[in-house]
Design a protein around this ligand. Structure first.
Ligand code: MRU
Length: 347
């Protein structure tokens, strides 16, 4: 790949600043948990798995700067850093999954602060490495669901930019293309922050994968014209019954897919599945600043002060989902029965 999303460096965490793409390809270094939280909140780094990796690395970075007299005080300060990073965004399960893992590693370590710091760096790097392998496995399981000649609609960005690398929904596309299938992608723009046009199109074009951009409102036209064979999106949190939170607009796409009898798939790692949340109604939906809707790429596009709704995610009911492609295989309905068989209780 000609770019990387996130990397652990001696002096901090280097990320590709996704706020500037596609116009500017600039890497920035995050040096402390406050900078990590700001980068997550402002979407300099985004996408559920990438947020998890950034959070884990942010926690490891924060641990280095703790000045505590005893191991007990060290762990208490570390838990404070973890809670702070957890406040960055509410919806993506991977954020909390990664931080729980970091906390377990810190508290399970025998030894003093120095040993814990070393262990936390190793854990953050393991989360990073595993994410890439996980996405490749998602790709292997998902590629058989798409046929040679298919056109696949995707919404938002569930690609290399949303993960440590390779991507989930785009990982399936990459794996299908690598296996010799001719696949075309239709990328929905994804208002208000344009993850589809700015990010998905950018990374697919960089890979030479056939991609066509539409605005979100054109999806209905494309389904009606028979232009879409499959839908594959990522997920931010999947409830125990299969209801899935993903980028705002995903629900509407799933309803269109159902109406037009087009299979709608979710591609996500098991770390996105939240078996402790029974249904989608229990998933916290982030509400973002109204100015994101009142403007378009920083240019005012509505009268100032107009009332706005800006939920960042919506929930697609399990009934609309033909399958959930994970690194352990494709989960089919009934999800309440089949999710525990794949995930167990290690969320
Ligand atoms: O607000 P974002 O850009 O973080 O939203 C991202 C999405 O909704 C993605 O589809 C999801 O996180 C899956 S990424 C593999």
């Amino acid at each position: 790949m000609s770019f990387f999303t996130i990397q652990w460096k001696k002096d901090g965490i280097e990320i590709l600043d996704q706020r500037l793409l596609p116009a500017v390809e600039r890497y920035i270094t995050l040096k402390n948990p406050a900078q990590v939280v700001d980068a997550i909140k402002t979407l300099a780094i985004r996408g559920a798995p990438a947020i998890g990796v950034a959070a884990a690395m942010g926690a490891a970075l924060g641990a280095r700067h703790i000045r505590a007299g005893t191991t007990k005080e060290f762990l208490s300060d570390f838990d404070g850093i973890v809670s702070f990073i957890a406040s960055a965004r509410p919806t993506a399960k991977n954020l909390f999954w990664a931080l729980d893992r970091m906390k377990r590693r810190a508290h399970g370590e025998i030894g003093g602060a120095g040993d814990i710091i070393v262990a936390l760096e190793a854990e953050a790097l393991a989360i990073y490495d595993e994410d890439i392998r996980t996405n490749e496995a998602i790709g292997r399981h998902g590629r058989d669901l798409v046929s040679d000649g298919d056109t696949v609609l995707t919404h938002c960005n569930a690609g290399a930019l949303a993960t440590a690398g390779y991507g989930t929904a785009l990982g399936v596309i990459r794996a299908a293309v690598s296996s010799g299938k001719r696949i075309a992608v239709i990328a929905a723009e994804t208002r208000p922050l344009l993850q589809g046009s700015r990010l998905t199109v950018w990374e697919l074009m960089a890979d030479g994968i056939d991609v066509t951009l539409i605005t979100d409102g054109m999806a209905g036209y494309c389904f009606k014209e028979g232009l879409i064979d499959k839908v594959i999106t990522g997920a931010d949190r999947i409830a125990a019954n299969g209801d899935t939170a993903n980028k705002i607009g995903t629900y509407a796409v799933s309803v269109l897919a159902k109406e037009h009898r087009v299979p709608f798939y979710i591609a996500a790692p098991c770390s996105t599945i939240d078996t402790k949340t029974a249904t989608g109604s229990g998933i916290p939906i982030e509400q973002r600043h109204p100015d994101e809707v009142r403007s378009f790429m920083g240019v005012q596009s509505a009268p100032p002060g107009v009332a706005v709704k800006n939920p960042a995610f919506d929930v697609t009911p399990a009934a609309n989902i033909a399958g959930i492609i994970t690194e352990r295989g494709v989960i089919r309905q009934p999800y309440t029965k089949n999710i525990p068989m794949i995930v167990g209780d290690d969320d």
